[in-house]
Write a protein that binds this ligand. Structure first.
Ligand SMILES: N[C@@H](CCC(=O)N[C@@H](CS)C(=O)NCC(=O)O)C(=O)O
Length: 239
């Protein structure tokens, strides 16, 4: 059995973390049975969520998890992709995970309403004592501020940060065009990543320029909805 260790669900999405949402989406796309459990990063093989335990074998990092699952169970989703398509898929994944993600982190942790939302969405789901629950979000906010500064996004003005994000979203929408999925009529593993990160930007109900840019590019919510209908129509948030 595969156990996916991750953060709690939030905002009608299966997970507050886009990296966890990506892996769960891949598991559903590949039709692999799995269960989910709350992950404590102190127990994670790489100190981050998500990770999986497959019959005692632990794998950390969303991309290495998907690689492992492909090796172990086959890779029908990507069987028809050319080397050039794989190259494009990877470049877009890098833009999203190593660039756009930091703009989303800014919207979630630096903006006051995003931070208020994260307090409930992330920490509300973990069984931790109230005293710790009141301290931990501020510690995470400080850590994220430092991370954004070291990575570079945190050194820009608010307007510049959101302009970086807008350009990435426009680039993605240009490449998506009017296709149903990123590479055509059938989804591939790359769509797990793209849909998860778009969901994480579109669905949290806090207004910010990144969210607005994503909603203004009408093909993006349509793309997300298409993936959602196909893979999550049976999903409901745990009570
Ligand atoms: N490259 C990793 C990134 C995972 C990641 O950044 N996870 C975040 C949550 S979205 C995390 O665990 N943060 C906690 C921490 O850094 O302490 C992947 O693809 O899985």
């Amino acid at each position: 059995m595969i156990t996916l260790y991750q953060a709690p669900p939030a905002w009608g999405l299966p997970n507050v973390s886009p990296f966890c949402f990506k892996v769960e989406t891949y598991l559903r796309m590949a039709g692999l049975p799995y269960r989910t459990a709350l992950g404590d990063t102190r127990k994670a093989p790489k100190g981050k969520i998500p990770w999986i335990d497959h019959d005692g074998k632990e794998v950390g990092d969303s991309t290495f998890i998907i690689d492992y699952l492909k090796q172990r169970f086959g890779d029908p989703l990507d069987a028809k992709l050319t080397a050039e398509q794989h190259a494009t898929g990877l470049v877009v994944q890098r833009m999203i995970e190593e660039g756009l993600y930091f703009v989303a982190l800014y919207a979630r942790w630096i903006e006051d309403d995003g931070f208020e939302g994260m307090k409930t969405a992330l920490f509300g789901g973990y069984p931790i004592p109230p005293v710790i629950k009141s301290i931990l979000p501020h510690a995470f906010r400080n850590k994220t501020r430092k991370q954004l500064h070291l990575q570079g996004t945190g050194r820009h003005s608010r307007a510049e940060v959101y302009e970086i994000g807008r350009r990435d979203l426009v680039a993605f929408s240009q490449l998506l065009g009017d296709k149903k999925f990123f590479f055509g009529d059938e989804p591939t593993s790359y769509d797990a990543c793209y849909a998860a990160f778009l969901g994480a930007i579109l669905k949290p109900p806090y207004e910010n320029p990144l969210r607005k840019s994503a909603h203004d590019l009408a093909s993006l919510p349509r793309y997300f909805d298409r993936m959602w209908q196909r893979y999550y129509s049976d999903w409901s948030a745990p009570k």
